[in-house]
Design a protein around this ligand. Structure first.
Ligand SMILES: NC(=O)c1ccc[n+]([C@@H]2O[C@H](COP(=O)([O-])OP(=O)(O)OC[C@H]3O[C@@H](n4cnc5c(N)ncnc54)[C@H](OP(=O)(O)O)[C@@H]3O)[C@@H](O)[C@H]2O)c1
Length: 98
């Protein structure tokens, strides 16, 4: 399950050139490519927006399919750590317990 699937825009997410290039093939936005990548891997997505156009855009991701090559290219963006906190670090558990 992906809480915060758009990273709140951190790390240049909304202008990512790899996602933009893949999106141009399908006529889809950077956000739609990222959300499609997640659901194609069986991940439940929970994006949030206060804008009706973006809410509609975020649900309009069922009418195209990323290729295996696209999926692998997007996977290279994984930095190997969370932009928010480490779920495997005992200090995170401690923080929530406090
Ligand atoms: N329970 C938990 O532990 C937990 C943890 C993290 C998050 N969450 C929940 O998960 C949900 C998502 O998290 P989040 O809001 O922090 O992060 P997010 O969904 O990754 O990012 C939200 C940001 O993306 C923007 N956005 C959304 N759709 C867009 C689009 N199509 N194009 C451009 N920008 C777009 C939103 O703008 P606007 O809002 O201005 O439209 C907002 O600034 C929230 O409901 C949050 O409460 C829960």
């Amino acid at each position: 399950m992906s809480w915060r699937p758009l990273t709140e825009g951190r790390n240049g997410f909304f202008t990512n050139s790899i996602l933009a290039e893949i999106g141009s093939k399908y006529g889809k936005s950077i956000v739609q490519i990222a959300l499609r990548w997640l659901i194609q891997r069986g991940v439940i997505i929970i994006p949030k927006s206060i804008h009706i156009e973006w809410m509609q855009q975020n649900t309009d991701i069922s009418n195209f399919e990323l290729t295996d090559e696209d999926m692998a290219t997007i996977a290279t963006l994984d930095m190997g750590y969370s932009l928010f906190f480490d779920h495997y670090d005992a200090r995170t558990t401690h923080m929530f317990m406090e």
